[in-house]
Design a protein around this ligand. Structure first.
Ligand code: SAM
Length: 233
């Protein structure tokens, strides 16, 4: 009887955890990303941005062969593939099947080794011992609850592992097309520090690393700065 009750309690607890996991990380606007996947890598500015940011992350968080790296919201893997090239074992996670298909085709065409590609709700994301490094580029502004997501990412880190998040600094809402819903309009360093500290991370640092350029109808260019946050588990 006691065992049954306890089993029910555990089950209820698991269900609760599963529900909260989904509500924390549940994807938004995925059909859009599926539609964009095939041409995502055609924009040389996106490719260059990921290369520059990977280089900066590697200078702050050196990566050794065999290190376990998670690219969260990986898309076609523009960021995480640099860590595959550095010899890491890279897990790419993205809720868009279209994005994952592009990533998988690209890495197979390169005969790359030491990687896997998972859906956002795959229980295999968590690895025993945790990840040495978790990176993410331009995904945080798409999650429903960024603070809870940082808490979840910190739980997937190995003790002493590093979290490196790159996304938009506060913007006026013009980054996405008019009428776009379900996105955050950037994040301040103060807010990011609070979320990292609440998640138990230490050694918080935040810097401006890049600016995304959007061409305007009048021929001008509008710049949207990106932050890079690094903190340790
Ligand atoms: C702007 S794209 C960035 C993709 C890639 N990191 C890059 O820099 O090229 C945002 C990515 O976040 C993914 N995404 C959307 N909602 C998400 C969520 N709740 N959790 C994780 N990733 C999500 C999308 O499928 C998409 O691939």
């Amino acid at each position: 009887m006691i065992q049954r009750a306890s089993h029910r309690e555990n089950f209820a607890h698991d269900m609760e955890r599963d529900r909260s996991f989904r509500s924390i990380l549940c994807p938004m606007n995925i059909p859009d990303f599926d539609d964009e996947a095939a041409t995502w890598d055609d924009d040389p500015r996106k490719v260059q941005r990921a290369a520059d940011i990977a280089r900066r992350i590697l200078s702050l968080c050196p990566c050794s062969s065999g290190d376990r790296v998670l690219d969260f919201g990986a898309g076609t893997g523009l960021l995480g593939t640099h860590f595959v090239e550095a010899g890491a074992e890279v897990t790419f996670v993205d809720p868009s099947a279209g994005m994952r298909a592009q990533l998988e085709a690209k890495l197979r065409a390169r005969s790359a080794e030491g990687w896997r590609s998972l859906d956002l709700e795959d229980p295999q994301i968590a690895v025993p011992g945790g990840y040495d490094l978790i990176v993410s580029l331009m995904a945080l502004h798409h999650v429903p609850d960024p603070g809870a997501t940082i808490a979840q990412l910190s739980q997937w880190l190995a003790p002493g592992g590093s979290l490196a998040l790159c996304d938009l600094e506060p913007e006026d809402g013009s980054f996405h097309d008019p009428g776009t819903t379900g996105v955050h309009h950037g994040f301040s360093p103060e807010q990011l520090r609070k979320w990292c500290e609440a998640a138990g991370l230490s050694g918080f640092r935040c810097e401006t690393v890049h600016a995304v350029e959007h061409d305007q109808d009048d021929g001008g260019v509008r710049r949207y700065p990106l932050f890079l946050v690094v903190a340790k588990g």
